[in-house]
Design a protein around this ligand. Structure first.
Ligand code: ZN
Length: 137
């Protein structure tokens, strides 16, 4: 039996598993910070809508014309248009993984979106879906 500290709360846990990091499912969940502006009382669909509108406002502020899908099953969330060039945007509400500060989000299909917009409590990070590299819009 090993005595190792939980990587979230620091409480010493007794375990046989040398790779165990957290004392409980709650501590494992706690290391991923959910976006604070999205109330947990909201449904996933509502949070998605707030994310899309947050990104829309940011893109309009950056000089884009923004178009939002009228269908629930479109291939991307938004189209941003500037100087005659259309950019397909997929929006994700992302969580921040506390130990590393990295963003956690579900994968964005590079065949369906040119830009990924990751919304967190700290703002919006735009990425190139194929490389996942941060880009400026
Ligand atoms: Zn713990």
């Amino acid at each position: 039996m090993l005595s190792i500290p939980c990587q979230n709360c620091g409480q010493i846990m007794r375990t046989w598993l040398k790779d165990q990091k957290y004392c409980s499912p709650r501590c494992r969940k706690d290391v991923a910070v959910k976006p604070g502006q999205f109330s947990t009382l909201m449904s996933t669909g509502m949070r998605g809508a707030v994310g899309e509108l947050t990104v829309s406002a940011d893109l309009i502020n950056k000089g884009y014309e923004v178009f939002r899908s009228v269908s629930q099953c479109a291939s991307c969330d938004l189209i941003a248009l500037r100087d005659g060039v259309a950019v397909r945007v997929e929006v994700r509400t992302a969580a921040i993984y506390k130990p590393t500060g990295k963003l956690c989000y579900s994968i964005i299909n590079p065949d369906k979106a040119d830009v990924g917009a990751l919304v967190t409590i700290n703002g919006i990070t735009y990425i190139e879906p194929k490389t996942r590299a941060t880009i400026a819009l």
